[in-house]
Design a protein around this ligand. Structure first.
Ligand SMILES: NC(=O)c1ccc[n+]([C@@H]2O[C@H](COP(=O)([O-])OP(=O)(O)OC[C@H]3O[C@@H](n4cnc5c(N)ncnc54)[C@H](O)[C@@H]3O)[C@@H](O)[C@H]2O)c1
Length: 258
């Protein structure tokens, strides 16, 4: 068991998706109370039915300021505190060269990936400042927040922004004892990958399966990550096992980075 998780309360966004649901399962197994936030109500229902007690579903659009305040209030009402916050919800962008940009896609990706992280971490800090025990925040960025590929400038920009946000936040919260870190996955086997494989393939003039084979060939471990391998790192960063880790960007990429 990881130190400092049992009996404490975590909010996880994107909780119905691959990495978010894996994080909920892991934190719940470590003994945490979990508030699972997602826009996908059916996915949340399945997760809460699976985990049973100590989990509350909060259906919300994480880019909405009022909804964000509401799911934090739900956590405090139900469990009394918010000790861990995993700002994880995110969407892939369309694969589009900048010359043929899609402004609606830009606005959507920035709202879900960046505005939500900004709103959620602000609410987390405000709540954690009122509590006796220091809190922890982990953002899900991506290796796409550290390096870039053609055709996915919007997604790359959003994940660079998440890392910038976390690095600024950690300077504000260090003196408060609130630890802030980032997990930067490489390629994870979740719903998000198929549209990216197809889109990047189309950009290169090949099909999605051929593009996937090329992607795999570039990963030293030779496979995509499983979501629970990312969740393990998130749980570790949210635990009391690593009290001096603050402002770190932890890549989990099977050798993809650098
Ligand atoms: N899959 C990968 O290869 C990969 C790699 C690096 C980083 N990431 C990041 O990991 C995070 C989780 O992605 P995933 O791979 O688990 O994908 P996923 O699509 O399985 O999960 C994303 C979840 O976010 C939810 N969501 C989307 N918009 C929302 C909104 N407005 N409000 C609330 N919830 C919303 C979705 O319903 C979904 O359940 C994302 O931030 C993603 O960018 C993924």
């Amino acid at each position: 068991m990881l130190k400092g998780i049992a009996g404490r309360t975590a909010i996880v966004t994107g909780a119905a998706g691959g990495i978010g649901s894996a994080t909920c399962r892991r934190l719940h197994a470590e003994g945490a109370n979990v508030v699972a936030v997602d826009i996908d109500g059916a996915g949340l229902d399945a997760l809460t039915a699976e985990l049973g007690d100590r989990i509350v579903a909060a259906r919300a659009d994480v880019s909405d300021p009022a909804a964000t305040e509401t799911f934090f209030a739900t956590a405090v009402d139900r469990f009394g505190s918010v000790d861990m916050f995993h700002a994880n919800a995110g969407v892939e962008s369309k694969v589009n060269p900048i010359a043929t940009f899609d402004l609606a896609d830009f606005e959507k990706v920035m709202a879900v990936n960046v505005r939500s992280a900004f709103l959620g971490s602000s609410a987390a800090v405000r709540q954690m400042m009122t509590q006796p025990s220091a809190g922890k925040i982990v953002f899900t960025a991506s290796i796409a927040g550290l390096k870039s590929d053609a055709g996915v400038s919007v997604y790359n920009a959003s994940k660079h922004a998440v890392i910038g946000l976390a690095r600024s936040l950690m300077k504000e919260t260090g003196a408060l004892g609130i630890r802030v870190n980032v997990v930067a996955p490489g390629v994870v086997d979740t719903r998000m990958m198929k549209p990216l494989e197809d889109g990047l393939g189309a950009l290169a003039g090949i099909d999605g399966a051929t593009l996937k084979a090329a992607l795999l060939a570039g990963i030293p471990l030779g496979r995509y990550a499983e979501a629970d391998e990312i969740a393990a790192t998130v749980a570790w960063l949210l635990s009391d096992e690593v009290p001096y880790m603050h402002g770190e960007v932890v890549t989990v990429g099977g050798g993809l980075y650098p």
